[in-house]
Ligand binder design. Sequence first.
Ligand SMILES: O=c1ccn([C@@H]2O[C@H](COP(=O)(O)OP(=O)(O)O[C@H]3O[C@H](CO)[C@@H](O)[C@H](O)[C@H]3O)[C@@H](O)[C@H]2O)c(=O)[nH]1
Ligand SMILES: [Mn+2]
Length: 716
Amino acid sequence: MAGIKAKLQLQEKVPLPRTAWKLADLAVLFLLLALLAHRVSSLMVTSGSGAAAACTWCWVAALICEAWFTVVWLINMNAKWNPVRFDTHPERLAGRSADELPAVDMFVTTADPKLEPPVVTVNTVLSLMALDYPAGKLTCYVSDDGCSAVTCYALREAAEFAKLWVPFCKKHGVGVRAPFVYFSGGGTAERGGATTDDVAEFMRAWTSMKNEYEELVHRIENAEEESLVRRGDGEFAEFVGADRRNHPTIIKVLSDNQDAAGDGIPSLIYVSREKSPTQPHHFKAGAMNVLTRVSGVVTNAPIVLNVDCDMFANNPQVALHAMCLLMGFDDDVHSGFVQVPQKFYGALKDDPFGNQMQVMFEVDSPSYKELQNRFGRSNELIESARSIISGDMFKAPTTLVADLTSRIEAAKQVSACRYETGTSWGQEVGWVYGSMTEDVLTGQRIHAAGWSLTQYKRWATGLLEILLSRHNPCLVSAFKRLDFRQCVAYLVIDVWPVRAPFELCYALLGPYCLIANHSFLPKASEPSFLIPLALFLGYNAYNLGEYKDCRLSARAWWNNHRMQRIVSSSAWLLAFLTVVLKMLGLSETVFEVTRKEQQSSSDGGAGDGADPAGRFTFDSSPVFVPPTALTVLSIVAIAVGAWRAVVAGAVEGRVPTTGGGPGVGELACCVWLVLCFWPFVRGLVAVGRGSYGIPWSVRLKAALLVAAFVHLSTRN
Ligand SMILES: O=c1ccn([C@@H]2O[C@H](COP(=O)(O)OP(=O)(O)O[C@H]3O[C@H](CO)[C@@H](O)[C@H](O)[C@H]3O)[C@@H](O)[C@H]2O)c(=O)[nH]1
Ligand SMILES: [Mn+2]
């Protein structure tokens, strides 16, 4: 270690100046504060005079929402005020002898062979096994919460295929080592690295590799759960009668490489942890904690890399880059995890190095008893914890186990579903339970191909669970080692779901005023009208500018802007309600696994009637009710406003009721809402167009909500 540090710098911190943006940040902040000041002063005037009492509460509601938006703006400003970039230099590591690099245990989680086709998992695993790293120092653990013989079979086949694939990738410097990506280039065989072997020979190797891969896919796709478990050789006998919700632990060593310096392919271990209907399994966090313990008693690498089953490594040097960050600090033993800085709205490369939220064990010399209370009753695990706590965590294990199979008993003990009872797992140790987003700020997948409100709902649920728990960043900052600005940075994401009720309230103000003949914004004739106008224009120009800065189109900005409004009135709102129900003890939150598309290299991605990219589809899920209702309400409000204007024009000399009736501002709010929710307008119009149309059950619920709202607004 000391040797490495004395040598060339592995990483550099480069500050990124953004003076002009800082000025823009402050300008928007100034406008927000001006608006708040104007509201407060007008409220004081009206409460004194007693005039226009009817709309006072609109102004109070608007003031509260705008105060909240100002807080959100401040939180976001803090996070992007002084950005830096870390440049890593893996080439400075690559030259070093293999034993200077720490071993890495790579965790892949899968939960359902239907939603997450085994071919997807296999591609992820292959991309990890082919990383540029000493093969003997890599072990890949796959956790299968689906307890599927097909997944196990697919991985065994993948281990065989890896014997061809890994040397091929390394020899030809393949860029992306997930075969489906590599071969999706069609006939144009991509070639990385400048090697001297002649083109014809490469083409031959490429073709034969492609054939091998297609056969692998064929075998996996045609494997059947039933026939696998009934096979004569009894290889999958453990899966006989195994119900995914109720079965003993199954662990299989599919590839074993204990040659620390040597080549070959990394070890591959299949783990399906014990499940029992009476024990909570804590979803992904539970799976990760089992893998952590299994790795602790089997290979016990000091570094853990975690990816989901659909996150292949898009850069074979990713482990080396990570090492530059993890080993590049002076205080590296204390750097438990490294966060890869993300660019805002960054449609950047998707860094698959999913890092863990787990804070590293504090260094003290705990007694055996303390260790047992903390980590559980496995002697092997306690030994491995002790070796990490006491020693240099980067020290390569000196005595390698003869073979991995000898560790299976110990591994089964720690995979039992009752193992955690009475220990600190899920609390102080490992992945923390009680939130559906145990990873939170880690490299978030950018779902370029589409979006899923279910996923947003789960994320938002998890985030709010964090906010309302003792892990709330403000509490953590007050009592633990998280400094104030870091706390505020975590809040950027944690407050997502809390934004929902405020955004909803604000969105309702425009329609309410049009329907009830009130106002919540200054009149166009008043000078103070310029404040909200400047804010509206300035804020949107700012966001558009950010998109332009990232070389994204105006269209991309608009899509994202309106998606935010839609997500916040649908998924975030429901997440908010779900957590409120959980707090009241009325329901439990569940982890709804997202469906992974199976990208096959052979069918050219035609897909089974896949939706044209970007077109919204609907189903009868409750997430669609609030945005549908908001859309209908805005249209109704515009109609009412127009009708009132016509009537007022016709009945001459008519005096406006309170002088506080709606004006341009309120109308603009409703029009803007309709524009943001345009996909829902299309969904309302598309009757009988399958999933493009909003289902009648959703329309009915939305209509009831709108009717109730109109009724309440017009009741005096
Ligand atoms: O009981 C479960 C449920 C899920 N998973 C796995 O968890 C991962 C993430 O699930 P997915 O449905 O793909 O959720 P995403 O929203 O795409 O995942 C993001 O958000 C999650 C938190 O909500 C994080 O756990 C992920 O790392 C992060 O990529 C997948 O590999 C699943 O197989 C399990 O292992 N066991
Ligand atoms: Mn996912």
